[in-house]
Design a binder for this molecule. Structure first.
Ligand SMILES: *Cc1c(COP(=O)(O)O)cnc(C)c1O
Length: 367
């Protein structure tokens, strides 16, 4: 008998979320961001599922792009961080990729290279996040150099990333957007600024392209959800089962360090899922789980291969009962990965992309 832990991936839900991203921005095209193995969902399967819908994909590095090309994905692919070494340009060309250029050496490398066909380039501006990109004062000069080399760079776009698009009404966000609009007008540049929260909540930030990522997987990226974000639906269900049940007297403790102590006579269920599968070890007592589609909570520290849940108020639950760590239970109940992340003092991004390879992915819906 196989270990019951599985990540069920609903490809119809992925397509539903992609259409939602697209329909929120009817004048933009949406690059589906499928870096980090599609946030843990499996990049090849997700790309295949979105191939007929998405005009482009975005990944973090050449290796991720190569895996898609090896799976016969012919859709344009953007390298979000561009190249990491000059020698990669050759592969950018043979794999037919689009390139982000965010720093001097990348620009010089491209201008010194002679591709057989010009490479589509997204020039990245640092509009305030201070991570990647050219300072705004340098952008016009860089743009002009690329524009003057049409045999090397083509289809120029102005790109930037927001530091706080999830917090509506943030002054930082407004400042970033004003600066970018100003640059785009001066350069007459097509733009690509919006991540998931900006796609959902900031039409002013929509450009020729948007770059929705986490929303495609059903996580709500907004601090305060809006009408559109409430229509997102989970793509991954992390599903397992109860493998043992313990009866505890009041005062007895559960798990490493005895963190959880029974406040009353209690029934504890042991679930086949732990931090060795990617479930967050920081989950506090009270972190929600669904057992047979009913909400209950983690009781005791997460171990490597197991975690423990309180079944005291679920007398029907027993060995074999379905446990959903996040996603959709068989009875239709949903436990959002965002809510679980909140209890782990983290984000849906780390939980989803953190599901380890030892958890089998099982795909549903046509590819
Ligand atoms: C990951 C990433 C995105 C997608 O961000 P989400 O918050 O997941 O929508 C967009 N742009 C860049 C540059 C990224 O690295």
């Amino acid at each position: 008998m196989a270990r019951p832990l599985i990540a069920d991936i609903d490809l119809d839900a992925l397509r539903h979320n992609y259409r939602l991203a697209r329909d929120q921005a009817p004048h933009s095209r949406a690059v589906a961001v499928i870096k980090a193995d599609a946030y843990g969902h499996g990049a090849v399967a997700c790309a295949q599922a979105l191939e007929a819908l998405a005009p482009a994909f975005a990944v973090a590095c050449l290796e991720e792009a190569q895996a898609l090309r090896e799976a016969s994905i012919t859709t344009p692919i953007v390298l979000l961080e561009g190249i990491f070494a000059t020698a990669e340009l050759e592969h950018v060309e043979t794999l037919d990729l689009w390139l982000v250029i965010h720093s001097d050496w990348q620009l010089e490398a491209l201008l010194a290279y002679c591709p057989a066909h010009p490479i589509p380039v997204w020039l990245k501006v640092d509009s305030g996040m201070h991570r990647l990109g050219f300072p705004p004062a340098q952008v016009e000069a860089m743009w002009a150099r690329l524009a003057a080399a049409p045999e090397r760079a083509c289809d120029l776009h102005l790109m930037s990333h927001f530091a706080s698009a999830d917090a509506l009404q943030s002054a930082d966000f407004r400042r970033q957007l004003e600066l970018l609009d100003d640059l785009a007008i001066r350069l007459a540049a097509p733009t690509c600024f919006a991540n998931s929260p900006a796609t959902l909540a900031w039409p002013e930030a929509h450009g020729a392209w948007n770059r929705p990522g986490v929303m495609l997987y059903g996580s709500d990226p907004l601090e305060a959800s809006n009408e559109a974000s409430r229509r997102l639906t989970p793509v991954m269900t992390l599903r397992s089962a109860i493998i043992a049940v313990r009866e505890l007297a009041a005062g007895e403790a559960v798990g490493y360090g005895g963190r959880w102590r029974a406040p009353r006579p209690s029934r504890i269920g042991v679930v086949a899922c732990g931090y060795g599968d990617g479930y967050d070890r920081h989950a506090v007592d009270g972190t929600p789980v669904l057992v047979d589609g009913q909400r209950t909570a983690i009781a005791g520290k997460v171990s490597m291969d197991m975690l423990t849940v309180d079944l005291t108020d679920l007398p029907e639950a027993d060995i074999g009962s379905e446990v959903v760590l996040w996603g959709r239970a068989t009875n239709g109940q949903i436990l959002s990965v965002d809510e679980v992340a909140h209890h782990c003092d983290t984000l849906s991004y780390t939980l989803l992309s953190g599901v380890l390879p030892r958890v089998p992915r099982r795909y549903h819906g046509a590819h």
